[in-house]
Design a protein around this ligand. Structure first.
Ligand SMILES: Cc1cc2nc3c(=O)[nH]c(=O)nc-3n(C[C@H](O)[C@H](O)[C@H](O)COP(=O)(O)OP(=O)(O)OC[C@H]3O[C@@H](n4cnc5c(N)ncnc54)[C@H](O)[C@@H]3O)c2cc1C
Length: 232
C-alpha cells in the first residue's frame, strides 16, 4: 500500500492521473475498509488535511467544505432539516464523526445518505481537476461518472425546508430506498438500481432490481408512496 501526501489539492489531482486505481483518502470510512482487497500496489492519496471543512452562509446559500464531517452537517443550524436528518442516516456516532460529505457524494452509492437531500436543495459542487476549477450541479456530477476530480466544496442554494426518508430493516441495515423532496424537486436513490432526479414521478424511470435490501417490486412501491399525502 502506497500512501501519498500531496501538498495541495491541485497536486493531488495530478497524482490521481499518475497512479492507476489510486483513490483519495478523506475520512477513510469507505476506503480504509477496503484495504484488504486493494492490493499491495494500490495507492491512497491523503487529502484529509487539505480539504476545507467549514460551513458559511452567504447571499447565494450555504457553502460546505467537502471535508466537513457528517456529524457537523447533522448539527448545523445553517442547513435545512432534511439535510441535517440525512447526515443522521449514518446512525453510528463514530462513523458520523469521521465520514466526510465529499466522500459520501464521490462514492455515489445507490443507498447514498446525502445525494437526494442535496439535489432537492439545488446543490452545486465546486470541483478541482487537472484542467482547473469548475462547478457542476450534483445530478450532473452523478451522471458524469467523473471520479478523478476532487470535490472541494458544496453550495446549498435553496434553503427551503423539505423532507428526507430512508427505508431499511434497521438503522444499521442497507437502505432499500433513500429519498428527499423540497421546493418541488424530488430525488430517489434505490439500492441496486440507481438514482432518479426531477419531479415526484421521476422514480418511475428507475429499473428496479432485486437485492438483499428487498425485491424490485417492493422498492418501486416504496418510491411510489413515500411522498404521498398520507406519508407527509
Ligand atoms: C458500516 C458502513 C456503512 C455504510 N453505509 C453507507 C450507506 O448506507 N450510505 C452511504 O452513502 N454510505 C455508506 N457508507 C460509506 C461511507 O461511510 C460514507 O459514504 C462516507 O460519507 C464516505 O466519506 P469518507 O470521507 O469516509 O470517504 P473515504 O473513505 O475517505 O473515500 C471514499 C471515496 O470517495 C472518494 N473521495 C473522498 N473524498 C473525496 C473528495 N473530496 N472529492 C472526490 N473524491 C473523494 C475517494 O477516492 C474514495 O473512493 C458506509 C460505510 C460503512 C463503514
Amino acid at each position: 500500500m502506497n500512501i501519498l501526501h500531496p501538498e495541495s489539492l491541485e497536486s493531488a489531482v495530478m497524482m490521481k492521473g499518475q497512479y492507476a486505481d489510486a483513490r483519495y483518502l478523506a475520512g477513510g470510512t469507505a476506503v480504509l475498509s477496503l484495504i484488504g482487497g486493494l492490493g499491495d500496489d494500490a495507492s491512497l492519496i491523503d487529502i484529509s488535511r487539505l480539504l476545507p471543512c467549514s460551513l458559511s452562509a452567504g447571499k447565494d446559500g450555504v457553502l460546505i467544505g467537502s471535508g466537513s464531517k457528517l456529524s457537523g452537517i447533522a448539527g448545523s443550524a445553517l442547513l435545512p432539516g432534511h439535510i441535517r436528518q440525512s447526515a443522521m442516516f449514518q446512525s453510528a456516532l463514530q462513523l458520523r464523526a469521521q465520514a466526510t460529505i465529499g466522500g459520501n457524494i464521490a462514492l455515489s452509492r445507490f443507498d447514498s445518505y446525502m445525494i437526494p437531500a442535496l439535489y432537492v436543495s439545488d446543490a452545486v459542487l465546486f470541483l478541482i481537476s487537472p484542467a482547473g476549477r469548475r462547478s457542476m450541479k450534483i445530478d450532473e456530477y452523478i451522471l458524469s461518472g467523473d471520479r478523478d476530480s476532487i470535490i472541494e466544496s458544496i453550495l446549498v442554494q435553496d434553503l427551503s425546508e423539505g423532507k428526507a426518508v430512508r427505508f431499511a430493516r434497521s438503522s444499521h441495515a442497507h437502505a432499500a430506498l433513500t429519498a428527499a423532496q423540497a421546493a418541488g424537486r424530488y430525488a430517489y436513490a434505490v439500492s441496486g438500481s440507481g438514482f432518479a432526479f426531477g419531479d415526484k414521478d421521476s422514480y418511475s424511470a428507475i429499473d428496479y432490481r432485486d437485492d438483499l435490501a428487498g425485491s424490485g417490486a417492493y422498492k418501486r412501491y416504496l418510491a411510489s408512496v413515500c411522498f404521498g399525502e398520507a406519508a407527509l
